[in-house]
Design a protein around this ligand. Structure first.
Ligand code: SF4
Length: 337
């Protein structure tokens, strides 16, 4: 019953990379799901595994260096078929049909994601022609329609411009247009506004919320900005060094955070009218080749106990769907397998 509701179901996913200094466990045994039409926020500092999770869903982690080493990603298609994405070869016809058409992605930096030698119109039209099997003329018409939808003025003229002729905000809008051109049911937005100034960021976030409502799609919104998450997401997954350390509703994360890392992230968010000083999390994310013993957050944690430096903490279920991976909840939480 619950399963059918889940558009995307990530179960114990492990994505590892072979490096000259050993195996890097960029994503290590994470589980979460996204229901139809909802937005789930994935937060954490750079290097916590957020983008690798997204690339795993797109089935774009390729050998010989990168591989999905365990777990699975299940996706329910438009036709109701449950597909195990992690079992499909990356360039199989089935995966190609899902990628871009059912699941789409907005990348962080449009200048590197858009092809500089093709006009934005050609790039959007190509996606449409490939996935919807329509003529070039129809593809071009759809490209104009998408540029209009994302608020680009004079779309029939702009369609002939190259990425370098557009401003940063315009390029990001064009990329959103391209990602949405085939009416995806699930959109992964990987830090889509990080490179933009705040006024453009507000416009783009507004646009995405509006389009989500209009198209009824689900979103996985990746960011290190908790302010953005509070506007966009209903549920939040907090990641640290490839692990999910806390997941809960957006209200629980903001008003009742339980993991010291989540508390640290919230304490370092600047807000208007805030009287007290910002408290940054001390230290930095550890090198993935030299992870500390026990809890990977222990060298930075203000509440670390002896056991934290010895043993990795299990995950505990607290009230409702609130889950936290921290020894502090050994007494009150229900230990998960
Ligand atoms: Fe801090 Fe220990 Fe919890 Fe890790 S397990 S977050 S070190 S209290």
């Amino acid at each position: 019953m619950v399963e059918r509701d889940k558009l995307l179901d990530v179960q114990g996913l492990k994505t590892y990379f072979e490096t000259d200094r050993g195996v890097v466990k960029a994503v290590d045994d994470i589980s979460y799901h996204v229901k139809e039409g909802e937005t789930v926020g994935i937060v954490g500092e750079s290097g916590c595994g957020k983008s690798v999770t997204a690339l795993s869903i797109m089935n774009l982690v390729q050998g010989p260096r990168g591989r999905v080493a365990g777990g699975k990603i299940m996706y329910t298609t438009k036709g109701g078929e449950r597909v195990e994405i992690t079992a499909l070869p990356p360039y199989s016809p089935k995966m190609r049909a899902i990628r871009g058409s059912e699941i789409s992605m907005i990348f962080q930096e449009p200048m590197t994601a858009l092809n500089p030698v093709y006009t934005i119109g050609e790039q959007i039209a190509e996606t449409v022609c490939l996935h919807q099997k329509v003529s070039k003329k129809k593809g071009r018409e759809r490209a104009i329609e998408m540029l209009e939808l994302v608020g680009i003025a004079a779309p029939s003229r702009r369609i002939n411009e190259y990425p370098h002729q557009l401003s940063g905000g315009m390029r990001q809008r064009a990329m959103i247009g391209m990602a949405l051109s085939c009416d995806p049911r699930f959109l992964i937005a990987d830090e889509p506004t990080t490179a933009l100034d705040v006024t453009i960021e507000a416009q783009i976030l507004d646009l995405m919320l509006h389009l989500q409502e209009k198209l009824g799609m689900a979103m996985q919104f990746i960011t290190h900005d908790l302010g953005v998450i509070s506007t966009m997401a209903k549920r939040v997954v907090v990641m640290y060094t490839g692990h999910v350390v806390e997941k809960a509703s957006v209200d629980d994360i903001f008003y009742d955070p339980r993991h010291p890392y989540t508390k640290g992230l919230l304490a370092s968010v600047p807000t208007l009218g805030r009287q007290e000083r910002l408290v940054p999390i001390k230290g930095t994310v550890p090198n993935m080749n030299e992870l500390p013993k026990g809890c990977y957050f222990s060298p930075r944690c203000q509440e670390a106990m002896d056991i934290c430096h010895q043993e990795e903490p299990p995950s505990y279920q607290l009230e409702g769907d609130h889950i936290v991976k921290c020894w502090l909840w050994e007494q009150e939480g229900v230990r998960l397998p």
